[in-house]
Design a protein. Sequence first.
Length: 197
Amino acid sequence: MASEYVNRLEIPVVLDRSQGDIHAGGNPHIQTDPRNLAPVANVVAERLQSIDPANAQYYQQSLADFEEKWSKAIAVWELQAASLRGKPVVLHHKSWAYLDNWLGLVEVATLESKPGVPPSGAYLGKLLSALQENPAALIIRTPYDDPKPSQWLTSQTGTPNVMLPFTVGGTPDSGDLYSLFDTTIRTLLDEMDAPND
């Protein structure tokens, strides 16, 4: 498991299925923070070298090239996304803990009352009241989340909602790791800066 090689977030203190679809080993969605990918790449390179020692130098050089290019890309993304720090967001599901941690976004609510449990009308009503008191800047979901709850919340609050790619191939313009984060940062910035209707 790739998540074993990074600092995992949201490791539950108590395992209780009544709390919804929780992960015993912590939140597994590590790919939304690019800083997590270099340690995983290192493990993959080590494993490839042990499987194919004749090409060990190639794997080591490829890793070094990736790490250099990747660290430069992260620095650019962090500079681009600096204005997002501290922005309050609503998440459809607990898919974005690592993105929030990396960019300094502040999760103020989730559209699911419990992880993996679709929101009820009563829960959405409570959420609406809470957001009228303390508005969010954006509602974030993945390509596979049902868009209806976030669209309803947008219609009630004026808070924009956005679908981020979540992983490579999640949207047509996120075909590799670099375009995944280019798209994510650009979309967040565009939506945060868009005037409310």
